[in-house]
Design a protein around this ligand. Structure first.
Ligand code: OXD
Ligand code: MN
Length: 587
């Protein structure tokens, strides 16, 4: 391995080792040899289980503590000098106070353990978009997962030796003590400290912590954007490629949309779809005044339950090798994995996500945790785009916002312009899911799907969006979608999954000034007949229901929206004006 010579790096690692007192320090260089030895070690200690080598080559099973199975938003904190910088939607603790509180918890936390030092890059090392981090951790699961999710290897080590700056990420699973769990961000110091958790979203510090919370802070400072968005490429029958970004709250179908398979008649017509990213987009303005996006990650940390050959065959195929499964159900007969919704019979001789004997025929409880996950290399994905491998940005034609709402929001709405699109994003709301601790199914505002991930004051975040719009001569068009409308019986009206491409093609049609639309108080919705419905089992009345704006419903929504806006001590004038305009249009 290349020896690290960067004094700043060495000083910081020494300081963290003095605090956490590990038995030894091991540097991770991402080589296969080293990783293979660590995988073996993880299996020897029982931390991980090697799965069936023929059916799932290179795959491993891992289980977290039963109370440590999701992102913990109550324990996620933004620590700045002044509260005004964290804003009203983040948990805030004064940064010096937080260091003082965390130091005793980290003191000796790695005693008798190995501290692994993982230099990693978000974004391909050396590209314009990339940022380097170093994660220090006492968890082999973190080491092996970071090697899937980020770019680890010699290129990063070389950059560090050339003096590259880095985000300082310190993690200790400590005692997995829920009372002392913290995921603390110090954006002023480019620092993240996470303790007493082993769940991916809390401990794979390159992902939510660096790429979104610290990333959004850096983006504002440096003039770019870090967003909770998938990136999808759609190729038309003429071979023209168009790129869209889409923001949905956690566990609302971003991975499914990112890997969508076009409906048969569109495939036959020559449409293709390719995946660039499923969770995070970093966006910069190009010299041509357009917005360009990269996926800073190198793998997918996807929700397993519900993934099957019909809902997302590409995701399923992605997980067939070199994947780590967390908190799913294990089939003891053939040492494979299973989860609810998989198109395979449940095991009769299984172990549930907590390691208890589980028989799919008699079980009354779920075999896999609803937020059980797969951690899989992006290169496994059959639909991965060649653009993913270059790390150069792709030009974005459309930005799609969306939430999980049984009513109110139409299937698809186009904003009047960029600023109105920012307003659309600011009023996004969704029913909560199992991806975060807490009640599931409660409607909450989740602007741009960034409520749990924005590292600073959201009023300033909206202003940053407005300011970015001013700098672009050719900004993407902005849309809002809702795949989750339900009828009186509670059934989903829109079929979703691959069929969502129909709505995206309408959006791309709008970008080219082709598709017909009708103006409503919320924006433009598809005119009757403008959305391709070939072969769909949705009646005209149902289409009418999901593409119109119910003023009565929206007057009630408006009350909630005003309350939401009142939370902020400052909001861009442009958004206040959009809110007033909506109120007027609903009268
Ligand atoms: C995720 C999340 O894991 O949003 O991507 O929680
Ligand atoms: Mn996410």
């Amino acid at each position: 391995m290349i020896e690290i010579k960067n004094e700043k790096v060495l000083d910081w690692v020494r300081e963290c080792a003095e605090l956490t007192k590990p038995a030894e320090i091991v540097w991770i260089d991402g080589s296969n040899e080293q990783l293979e030895a660590l995988r073996k070690e993880a299996c020897d200690t029982g931390e991980m289980i090697r799965l069936n080598e023929e059916k799932l080559p290179g795959c491993y099973y891992y289980r977290t503590h039963p109370k440590d199975v999701a992102r913990d938003e109550k324990r996620t904190v933004i620590c700045t000098t002044y509260q005004k910088d964290a804003g009203p939607t983040n948990n805030w603790v004064q940064k010096d106070e937080m260091y003082a509180k965390l130091r005793p918890l980290f003191d000796g936390a790695m005693k008798g353990r190995t501290m692994y030092a993982i230099p990693f890059s978000m974004g391909r090392p050396g590209t314009e978009f990339a940022k380097i981090g170093i994660e220090l951790t006492d968890s082999l699961y973190v080491v092996l997962s970071m090697n899937i999710m980020t770019h680890v290897g010699e290129a990063v080590l070389k950059q560090l030796n050339q003096g590259a700056d880095f985000v300082k990420c310190l993690h200790s699973k400590a005692q997995i003590d829920a009372k002392n769990k913290y995921i603390a961000h110090f954006p002023e110091d480019n620092t993240i400290w996470s303790i007493n958790s082993a769940y991916g979203g809390n401990v794979l510090l390159g992902k939510k912590c660096l790429a979104l919370r610290i990333g959004s802070w850096l983006g504002r400072k440096e003039g770019w954007m870090a967003e909770h968005m998938l990136i999808l490429c759609i190729e038309n029958p003429q071979g023209e490629k168009k790129y869209v970004c889409a923001a949905f709250p956690s566990a609302c179908g971003k991975t499914n949309l990112a890997m969508l398979i076009p409906p048969k008649h569109l495939q036959e017509a020559g449409y293709k779809a390719y995946t660039i990213g499923d969770d995070i987009a970093w966006l910069r303005i190009g010299d041509d005044g357009r917005l360009y996006a990269v996926n800073p990650e190198n793998g997918f940390f996807g929700v397993a339950p519900g993934t099957n050959s019909k809902t997302n065959n590409n995701a399923l195929l992605t997980t067939r090798k070199n994947t780590i499964f967390t908190n799913v159900c294990r089939n003891l007969d053939d040492n494979t994995v299973w989860w609810e919704g998989l198109d395979q019979p449940a095991p009769v001789n299984g172990e549930d996500w907590q390691g208890r004997p589980w028989n799919g025929q008699t079980a009354t409880e779920k075999g896999a945790h609803p937020n059980s996950r797969f951690t899989a290399p992006a290169e496994n994905c059959p639909s991965i785009a060649p653009e993913f491998f270059t790390g150069e940005g792709v030009p974005i034609s459309a930005i799609i916002f969306g939430g999980r709402r049984a009513g109110a929001e139409p299937l698809i709405t186009q904003s009047f312009d960029w600023n109105h699109g920012v307003f659309m994003g600011s009023k996004m709301s969704s029913e909560t899911t199992a991806a975060a601790d807490g009640a599931v199914g409660v409607v909450r505002y989740d602007p741009m799907a960034m409520l749990p991930f924005c590292g600073y004051h959201m009023g300033d975040y909206f202003q940053h969006w407005i300011d970015m719009g001013k700098k672009m001569s050719n900004p993407p068009k902005i849309f809002n979608v809702n795949w989750f409308r339900r009828d009186a019986e509670g059934r989903f009206i829109w079929p979703g999954f691959g069929e969502n491409l129909r709505a995206l093609l309408w959006a791309l049609g709008r970008c080219e000034g082709k598709a017909e639309a009708v103006e409503t108080p919320l924006g433009y919705v598809p005119a009757a007949g403008s959305l391709d419905l070939t072969g769909l089992d949705v009646t005209d009345e149902e289409m009418q229901e999901i593409t119109t704006v119910d003023k009565e419903v929206w007057r009630k929504e408006l009350d909630g929206l005003k309350e939401w806006y009142a939370k902020f001590d400052h909001m861009p004038d442009e958004l206040i004006a959009s809110l007033a305009k909506l109120e007027l249009a609903l009268d």
